[in-house]
Design a protein around this ligand. Structure first.
Ligand SMILES: Cc1cc2nc3c(=O)[nH]c(=O)nc-3n(C[C@H](O)[C@H](O)[C@H](O)COP(=O)(O)OP(=O)(O)OC[C@H]3O[C@@H](n4cnc5c(N)ncnc54)[C@H](O)[C@@H]3O)c2cc1C
Length: 437
């Protein structure tokens, strides 16, 4: 209930901040009125600018703010609402030009006045940021370059937008009104400083050391850390952390779901699949290397969604968070039934299958393996995890269970639809996506 109430308060605060420019426009002194189209255009530009600035706050990983929602939900909101902010920002000059086509010249990034130029720069920076994000894969932009450009264009868009508002001067000729806008820009700068300097400093106080790097089936590594001079991290099974090696200030940080049991604080383990430059080197990290862990984050946890039983659906390395869930439930001697659907390409690369067998002896667990390329003699399920397959293996009391899915995005999309057709409601299904961008 407390979590719910604080979530509502944060949402109210967000709406208040985003709509604050409308208050600035409505409270006296206001400049003499102009046509409705112009006033709507200015309102859209203002609100779009503030929404852009607040985007930095949403992803700053402030513990109090992310607690009620989970960082994954905030990241998803950040991504989805950016389209609305961009629409508002683009509508701002569009409406002005509809009102007076001569203003088309304002879109010239090197012509016009400083007021129009900075406005155009802000809008172009925002458009570039959006294009690179949406078409990152097609443009073959690496994650690291994407992240740098995202931050760079985001800061540029908000700063130029603010200078544009200041130079246009229509609603900021009164000190307190200008002060409100400056405060919103400072919140953006502050959030950037928080994530780049303050959070790393907090993380630095609780370092870890690489204890063991164990190979598993299918190019997966169990990357095991032990706390250095502290008691370890308290977390809920299913949560994830950002991992950095050697220095907490590194830009090279990667999110990984915790795979170890929440009942063991002396070890923190991740199941990491070789994929790109960082993960392909993980198997060669020598024991003793200092590691920094920003977390725990996320809300993909049965501890937050109590139910009489669970259905876990894993695709490939999506098994990572489920190892933490299963190891924790077994360590807690939790009697609740769990059905695990585990899809993999072939049997020889199915990670953790030996341990899953052991876990089955310690808890109420049924595992349904589904192989895309089964070997000769395989008698289990084959192909993909489909609606028919779910119907065949889900227990009678299926609707009492909560379903967790983790795997590749197309698999999650397909299964969310399949589960809806089987009869599950949205609130009974939680998904963890590894491809946030
Ligand atoms: C919440 C969450 C939990 C995850 N849990 C696991 C896990 O338990 N095991 C596992 O093997 N993988 C997990 N991943 C995926 C893992 O973060 C990426 O595979 C890894 O960062 C790839 O880095 P790379 O340099 O090796 O590959 P690259 O080739 O650089 O990247 C491959 C893809 O991974 C993503 N990625 C790369 N770097 C980052 C980054 N710094 N932050 C976010 N995404 C990035 C991008 O979509 C990129 O296209 C998780 C991702 C998320 C978002």
């Amino acid at each position: 209930m407390h979590r719910h109430a604080s979530g509502v308060l944060w949402v109210l605060l967000y709406v208040l901040i985003v709509l604050s420019p409308l208050v600035l426009m409505a409270v006296r002194p206001v400049p003499p009125g102009r046509s409705l189209l112009i006033e709507v255009s200015i309102a859209l530009g203002f609100v779009g600018l503030v929404m852009m600035a607040v985007q930095f706050v949403l992803i700053a990983r402030y513990p109090r703010m992310s607690a009620p929602f989970g960082i994954d939900v905030l990241l998803r909101y950040h991504r989805n609402i950016a389209g609305v902010a961009l629409l508002f920002v683009v509508l701002h000059p569009t409406l002005l030009i509809i009102n007076n086509p001569a203003l088309l010249a304002w879109l010239d990034p090197i012509g016009g006045t400083w007021a129009s130029r900075t406005g155009a720069w802000a809008m172009y920076a925002f458009i570039l940021l959006a294009l690179i994000s949406v078409f990152r894969k097609q443009l073959r932009v690496s994650y690291e370059l994407w992240r740098f450009s995202h931050t760079f264009f985001g800061i540029a868009a908000v700063l130029f937008g603010h200078i544009h508002v200041h130079l246009a001067g229509r609603y900021t000729d009164v000190f307190w009104k200008e002060a409100v806008l400056i405060a919103i820009s400072l919140v953006m700068v502050g959030s950037f400083g928080y994530i780049r300097l303050i959070r790393p400093a907090i993380v630095r106080r609780k370092p870890f050391e690489v204890a063991e790097v164990r190979p598993e089936r299918g190019n997966v590594w169990s990357f095991s850390l032990k706390p250095k001079g502290h008691e370890g991290m308290r977390f809920m099974p299913g949560q994830y952390c950002y991992l950095k090696l050697n220095t907490p200030y590194s830009f090279d940080e990667h999110p990984f779901s915790i795979a170890s049991s929440s009942e063991r604080r002396d070890r923190l383990e991740f199941a990491i699949k070789e994929l790109g430059d960082f993960t392909s080197r993980i198997g060669q990290v020598p024991p003793g290397t200092t590691a920094y862990v920003d977390g725990p984050h996320g809300s993909f946890s049965p501890d937050l969604t109590p139910a009489p039983g669970y259905v876990f659906i894993a695709g490939g390395i999506g098994i990572g968070p489920f190892m933490s869930l299963l190891r924790s439930l077994a360590d807690r001697a939790d009697p609740r039934p769990v059905t695990l659907f585990y899809g993999e390409k072939s049997w020889d690369i199915t990670a953790f299958r030996e341990e899953l067998e052991e876990l089955g002896k310690r808890m109420n667990l049924e595992v349904v393996y589904v192989l895309e390329n089964p070997h000769e003699g395989w008698t289990g399920e084959t192909g993909f995890i489909t609606e028919e397959l779910l119907r065949k293996h889900l227990p009678e009391e299926r609707f009492e269970r909560h379903v967790f899915i983790c795997g590749p995005n197309p698999m999650i999309d397909a299964l969310e639809h399949a589960l809806a057709r089987v009869g599950f409601e949205d609130r009974q299904v939680s998904a963890e996506r590894f491809n946030l961008v």
